[in-house]
Design a protein around this ligand. Structure first.
Ligand SMILES: [Zn+2]
Ligand SMILES: [Zn+2]
Length: 124
């Protein structure tokens, strides 16, 4: 329903009128609701029942992305490679080695120590 989202954004005055009709009891069947955008705090009229943001791609997404970005950056900074001890920024969450070379080296060392071969922590 992408068109609907954009349409609502462009036609707030219309929706506001509909909302007025609804609350006045003239058209109680209208689905339009009045919400406060959780992203920018603006009053927004919508017919989408689950809507929380005036525009998800601007307000919803922005808030969410900012949150995720901060979380990711915090998680990724100042990791110390378990193999060579170098401080690095992992390309994915949960990485403990600075590079494939280090990961493989550590993996080989681990498997060499064990008689029963690769354990549960093998290369994915
Ligand atoms: Zn907003
Ligand atoms: Zn390393």
């Amino acid at each position: 329903m992408q068109w609907n989202r954009d349409w609502e954004y462009e036609n707030q005055e219309t929706l506001k009128d509909w909302y007025a009709l609804k609350v006045s009891g003239k058209c109680p069947d209208l689905l339009v609701r009045r919400i406060i955008c959780k992203g920018c705090g603006r009053v927004f009229y919508t017919q989408v029942s689950v809507k929380k943001y005036c525009r998800y791609d601007l307000c919803g997404n922005r808030g969410y992305q900012k949150d995720m970005k901060m979380r990711r950056e915090r998680d990724r900074s100042n990791m110390v490679c378990k193999c060579c001890g170098k401080v690095f920024t992992p390309k994915r969450a949960g990485a403990v080695y600075c590079s494939n070379a280090c990961r493989q080296k550590a993996y080989r060392q681990r498997t060499a120590d064990r008689a029963d071969g690769p354990g549960a922590e093998g290369i994915k």
